[in-house]
Design a protein around this ligand. Structure first.
Ligand code: SF4
Length: 375
């Protein structure tokens, strides 16, 4: 059964019922287990688990320290293009939003990457909207070949591609792929993605597996929190993470927890998870996926990000710019593109690193070497 079929199975319906109906006994049973079933995870993200959040967080912290040590890996996104053919109703890059559009030239992308490297980063995430006319495989491979000697790990968050295209990117030096499903609720997905290739729910779901088959070392997934019911989304993300970890055991699953932020689109989410909900989701995810990277971006504010250090997060961005040209470009080098969303943590990378160190954790700029991945 592939993951799309799993989503439509009786099993996933039963798990969603479990979220709704879980009681204290279910939560305590889950906390008593060494290895969680997905049904146990459902209990841990249910409303019945709210009084147990400290216990869940304590366990999450212990597992994280045992598996990863007292380290937090730092990365920075490099937006290479904000062109997009899709009309996602929540996104500042949506085709119908009137922002300045820009695709960096190869030289501009290298200059932006140099600015990121000068801040200390050795892990970089290349991000774009979804428009194949601008962000092509040759375009990306040329950028990546120029960045290989500057960065220990290069990941991409771009439009879904074919397995062969991912193979070309892996051969050029791409190590990681992130494709967020946004919402795992297929009916809701259709209403949020009214036009463009992204409207194809299954195609998006299949793309991360194409990346796994192509040899991506890191497979990043997540739901955009604020679209669907966060507890159900959490269950689907955990199921998806387990599925990918089993199927692509050579790769590492990475889970992100993006909450919707304000953008030029002015989308109003029906219900955003609170900070406490987010902590519950992250810590429960650690119990369900002990070996997964759990990722926190600058969508969240400094106070919350700092409080999550040591609880389960293992990778965080810092000093992020969410527009093409945001790091280095000035009037002399040309106009910048519009941003995707406003960040909530404006601290410089060095300040984020100092906050991590102040918590007794080591900020790690490089913890991966692609030569090791080939062993
Ligand atoms: S979420 Fe992605 S695909 Fe959708 S409009 Fe934004 S950049 Fe385009």
């Amino acid at each position: 059964m592939n993951f799309y079929e799993q989503i439509h199975s009786m099993y996933s319906n039963a798990i969603r019922e479990r979220v709704k109906n879980a009681n204290a006994a279910d939560v305590e049973r889950a906390l008593g287990r060494e290895h969680l079933e997905i049904a146990d995870f459902a209990a841990l993200v249910s409303p019945a688990a709210a009084p147990y959040i400290e216990e869940i967080a304590r366990r999450s912290a212990a597992i994280t320290e045992r598996r990863f040590g007292r380290v937090i890996q730092l990365y920075a996104p490099l937006y290479v293009s904000n062109e997009c053919v899709n009309k996602c109703v929540y996104c500042g890059f949506s085709h119908e939003v009137g922002i300045p559009r820009l695709t960096l030239t190869i030289e501009q992308a290298i200059a932006e990457a140099d600015a990121i490297a000068s801040l200390g980063f050795r892990h970089i995430l290349l991000v774009s909207g979804e428009d194949r006319r601008y962000v092509t495989v040759p375009y990306l491979t040329e950028i990546v070949r120029n960045l290989n000697n500057k960065f220990a790990a290069i990941s991409i968050e771009i439009q879904p591609m074919s397995e062969d295209e991912y193979r070309e990117l892996v051969a050029a030096g791409v190590d990681g792929l992130a494709i967020y499903q946004e919402t795992y609720d297929e009916a809701l997905y259709k209403t949020l993605h009214p036009a463009g290739p992204k409207r194809n729910y299954k195609n998006r779901l299949d793309a991360i597996e194409a990346g796994g088959r192509a040899g991506m070392h890191s497979l990043g997934i997540g739901a955009l929190l604020g679209l669907g019911d966060w507890r159900n989304e959490a269950v689907m993300v955990a199921m998806h993470g387990r599925y990918l970890a089993r199927k692509f055991w050579r790769s590492r699953v990475a889970v992100s927890f993006p909450r919707i932020r304000g953008s030029a689109h002015k989308f109003q989410p029906k219900s955003l998870p609170t900070d406490a909900d987010l902590v519950q989701m992250i810590c429960a995810m650690r119990l369900a996926l002990p070996d997964a990277e759990l990722v926190m971006s600058t969508r969240e504010n400094a106070r919350l990000r700092d409080s999550l250090i040591g609880l389960g997060i293992t990778r965080t961005s810092a000093g992020s710019k969410t527009n093409p040209g945001g790091y280095e470009m000035d009037e002399a080098s040309g106009p910048k593109g519009g941003e995707q969303f406003a960040v909530s943590d404006p601290r410089k990378p060095a300040e984020v690193a100092a906050a991590i160190a102040a918590k007794g954790y080591e900020p790690v700029w490089k913890d991966f070497d692609r030569t090791l991945a080939k062993c």
